[in-house]
Design a protein around this ligand. Structure first.
Ligand code: DX5
Ligand code: ZN
Length: 217
């Protein structure tokens, strides 16, 4: 399975988002972290900014909604041009209805789990989603360290996806770097979000290539 590298623009320069999107043109998707200061204790950007990012980005956008009431807000990100919209299982009231709506609007539907949220209750819903996001840090901030205790959940998700025969992607987000990406890949992740590792690198395209290489071997 090819490894997809989705740099998180949370670690970009917010005064130069278009420039910093161009810097990751060799990536697979640009990961856009939307935080509302309720679901997580941090505030980033919302729909008006997202709409403009979708217009100027050289790569498709992977929206990660760390917000309350995604049932109400997530479809607008699909309408704004997100290729993928991921909402949190802990915040959604009707995840199946929401995933169906996102797919109807032409986006891939992702279901995100905080580190302490088990994957088992959601395995029956694999046919309704395109991606599981296993958070490998507590959502809210970049630059945190990878939680190894999430590896069994990645393995469990990969096993269930394998048994289902469905093409559901498994994304990891948080603390992903040259030091940790192989562990996540070995556990079964195939989509890798990296913020500080990519934007903190001297040579951003080289870092994307290095991460892809480490995740593929
Ligand atoms: C954290 C965000 C991540 C963040 C990852 O809540 O969801 O996407 O940007 O940053 P790093 O790669 O620095 O851990
Ligand atoms: Zn994220």
């Amino acid at each position: 399975m090819p490894a997809l590298i989705n740099p998180s623009i949370l670690s970009a320069d917010f005064a130069n988002l278009e420039r910093d999107l161009r810097a990751i043109a060799s990536a697979d998707y640009a990961h856009v972290d939307v935080m509302d200061n309720h679901f997580v204790p941090n505030l980033t950007l919302g729909l008006p900014v997202f709409e403009r990012l979708a217009q100027v980005s050289p790569v498709p956008l992977d929206a990660h909604l760390m917000i309350d009431d995604p049932d109400r807000w997530a479809p607008a990100y699909a309408e704004a041009g997100a290729a993928s919209v991921t909402f949190h299982a802990e915040a959604a009231t009707a995840p199946v209805r929401l995933a169906r709506e996102l797919r109807r609007l032409g986006a891939r539907a992702g279901l995100a789990l905080r580190p302490a949220t088990p994957v088992e209750p959601f395995l029956d819903l694999l046919g309704e989603i395109d991606m599981i996001l296993v958070m490998t840090v507590e959502p809210g901030f970049g630059g945190q360290s990878f939680i190894d205790g999430t590896l069994p959940k990645i393995r469990r998700a990969r096993q269930a996806v394998g048994e289902s025969g469905l093409d559901v992607w498994i994304q990891v987000d948080g603390g992903v770097s040259r030091d940790t990406i192989d562990r996540a890949a070995d556990a079964g992740a195939n989509v890798f979000v990296a913020g500080s590792a990519v934007y903190g690198a001297q040579d951003v395209p080289a870092e994307i290539a290095a991460l892809r290489d480490l995740a593929t071997r």
